[in-house]
Design a protein around this ligand. Structure first.
Ligand code: FEO
Length: 395
């Protein structure tokens, strides 16, 4: 059901408590999500974004309770991905001639998804739309996170409709940032940034600077997922600037997989070595075959260094380590150090393979790595401890 954001702006989205996976199986969403759509009533009536396709019927049905659809003068689609544009087919069946304001790239993505030649109005940064007392200002936000993304700013109410940027996959019956648990909110915001926006950090910094230079006062940031930032909304903007600047905490993350516990015992001995040498550094261990991959990525995002371990399997590495290294490579982390380790029984190529993958992913590999034959004995575990000490000292 709808919720008032301000006198002129009403939330008409969908809270999806059931969502556990997003983008197919690419992203875990333990706390669900929401697809935020907004109805602006000024002299003109504007709908900003819609909801994900499975909720299209429900969305249009609810919207009809809120307003006669024929009263909608304009639709703004800030981004063509189907979690925001997914109700357009249903909606445009009812109001087929309504102009859809979006970027030129969004025309491509919307046509690509839906194969309809709707009444598109292409907009660029600085273009405006008078809607009565307020004005909408469009700001292209290329690569935040798609080439078609844009922000829409509403004067008078001083609202930035930021679409995916500043969002979180976080279902909450409370819509505003001051109403939810801050640790949950910030974990989800960081996970979102780490898993989706990391590759575009350069664009993030530039775009935020550009928006700040426009001198637009921002009282509320209406995201397209999760809660709305109304209490000190610039806090998340400043966080994004921090996260975009090769963010790291005093943390080392050890990611491993294990067949017969040899590599796990190595991981634990390495962690003990690190702790004995530097007990201020946070050390975390994750078995990649058991732990959620996107939560591991969030830990990598926070880390100044990672250690990656796998047993040698068929002259290569385990499926789960291969997968997480592929994700890490795609995200393009910068300014992080790394080393590899692993147990082996016969040929022992695992460490070499991980080293290559880490270098390919842009990590500075600061050690040749450590192998242990069969299940590590006391001497091998002592070497693991020393390896951990050496690693942390060389950071
Ligand atoms: Fe929330 Fe890029 O869609």
């Amino acid at each position: 059901m709808s919720r008032k954001i301000t006198e002129k702006v009403t939330w008409v989205g969908k809270i999806d408590w059931e969502l556990k996976k997003f983008h197919g199986n690419e992203l875990s969403t333990h706390r669900g999500s929401s697809y935020n759509s907004y109805l602006i009533r000024d002299k003109k009536t504007v709908l900003i974004d819609t909801v994900w396709k499975p909720f299209a019927d429900e969305f249009v049905r609810n919207l009809k309770k809120e307003i006669d659809l024929n009263e909608i003068d304009y639709i703004v689609i800030n981004h063509g991905e189907i979690d925001h544009s997914g109700a357009l087919v249903e909606l445009m069946r009812e109001i087929p001639d309504t102009p859809i304001y979006c970027t030129a790239n969004a025309v491509k993505s919307l046509k690509g998804h839906y194969h309809h030649d709707w009444n598109f109005v292409e907009v660029k940064t600085g273009d405006t739309l008078d809607i009565g007392e307020s004005k909408l200002i469009f700001i292209e936000a290329r690569m935040l996170h798609w080439p078609d993304s844009m922000f829409t700013y509403m004067t008078g109410e001083n609202i930035l409709f930021s679409n995916d940027a500043f969002g979180q996959h976080y279902a909450s019956e409370q819509l505003f940032n001051d109403q939810v648990k801050q640790d949950e909110l910030y974990y989800e915001a960081m996970k979102y940034y780490a898993n989706i926006l990391t590759p575009f950090s350069g664009f993030v910094t530039k775009k935020i600077k550009e928006v700040m230079d426009m001198g637009l006062p921002i009282d509320i940031i209406c995201t397209s997922h999760g809660i709305i930032w109304r209490d000190n909304p610039l806090q998340i903007v400043n966080k994004y600037l921090e996260w975009a600047d090769n963010y790291q905490e005093n943390q080392i993350t050890i990611i491993y997989d294990t067949m017969w516990n040899g590599t796990r015992r190595m991981a634990e001995a390495i962690a003990e070595g690190i702790r004995s040498s530097d007990d201020a550094v946070v050390v975390k261990l994750y078995n990649a075959s058991k732990y959620d991959k996107n939560d591991i990525i969030t830990e990598v995002f926070k880390s100044k260094a990672v250690l990656v371990g796998s047993p040698t399997i068929n002259r290569g590495i385990s499926f789960s380590i291969s997968g997480i290294l592929e994700m890490i490579k795609g995200l393009g982390f910068k300014n992080k150090k790394a080393a590899a380790f692993g147990a082996y029984g016969w040929s022992g190529e695992g460490v070499k393979v991980i080293n290559e993958e880490l270098k390919d992913a842009g990590f500075e590999v600061i050690d040749d790595g450590l192998r242990a034959l069969w299940n590590p004995d006391e001497q091998a575990l002592q070497q693991c401890g020393e390896f951990g000490q050496r690693f942390v000292r060389s950071l």
